[in-house]
Ligand binder design. Sequence first.
Ligand code: 8DG
Ligand code: MN
Ligand code: MN
Length: 371
Amino acid sequence: PPTKKSRLSKGVNMYACQNCTPLHHFNSRLTDALEILEQHAFFRLDQNAESRALAFRRGSATLKACPHKITSVDSLKNLPYIDTSNSSKAGHCKKVITEILEEGFSDEVEDIVNSDFYKTMKLFCGIWGVGPSTAKKWFDSGHRHLNDIKNLKLNKDQTVGLEYYEDLNTPVSKDEALCVSEIVKTVCMEIKKDLLVTLVGGFRRGKPAGHDVDLLISHPTQGEEKHVLPKVMEKLKDNFLYTDKKMSSGTTHPQYTGKSSTMDQFEKCFSIFKLDLPKSTKNGNEKPWKAIRVDLIVVPTDQYPFALLGWTGTKHFEREIRRYTKTEKKVVLTSHGMYTTDTKQSIEAKTEEEIFKKLDLEFRPPSERCC
Ligand code: 8DG
Ligand code: MN
Ligand code: MN
């Protein structure tokens, strides 16, 4: 029989990309709390904000990968990023989990959720184009409501973000995502019949709803994807409320692109789509369309498996697979490709499966990357 120790820590590895993390898991009461702490750490923007936020996310990812419900402090034993003797950050996760297991709630988490600061930061960060530093600046100036910032100096993204605030903060359903995807597919077919449109992001992981629609556009013949995006945008111009096109920098070789961030060099368009809604049965003055955030990313076929992996997420999964790859394999992985850190040798792959295999990782389908 397994020893107590091995049984307790069974199946949860150090790197989240090594674990099976399904969408529905057993510990959401605990992970919700840790993720509030993660977000709060991020909002505070103080010195160690990022590493504090990361520590909570890692603890949360561990609990999501636990194949059972945690009901006692004893069963936290040996869990990575929660029960480690030499880390005060893990200690913080454990303290909060212990409180919730023993008291049913955590004072610290309750205080945060009810604080003016957290509520206001959430409100302002819900505006497309507004990040924690802008939100905090507004908070520190005494602003608390969306109305307060209508007359402030806003950039383009923020202006439309505010204009469509309600729609953009209403979750996008899977049906709506498929609708957008079909519309984009149809115009792509008119441009070149072999263009491939792939729904990625949360929906590829099996989420029933999301905050946007992420679509990769590629072509089986290398080079045929060039000049496609402007044509797609032209054909869809009546479907867009707003577009922000990002040019490809041209230097897509992983060796020359951003090292650790999720930013990549693909030609892409961050947009707000105007999706016509089916005639509602309830009558009223509701507008017959919904504003939806859509990301279109154009990917050359030789980089497709890497882009697919990079855009399927979660953000934490991506961060973890890159950390694993760099630390354990001495390989840099990006959405464009991968190469060895020492010899700068590029490593090819035709599928996601092949990428995992070449990195000595057990393959995780998208539905198991929900960390
Ligand atoms: P959601 O929309 O349902 O809320 O969740 P999601 O689909 O997982 O989140 P997302 O913010 O739409 O991001 C999807 C993935 O795309 C995520 O793993 C990170 C990645 N991603 C960006 N921006 C960029 C970028 O500029 N470059 C690259 N390579 N990846 C990006 O979000
Ligand atoms: Mn998304
Ligand atoms: Mn997105």
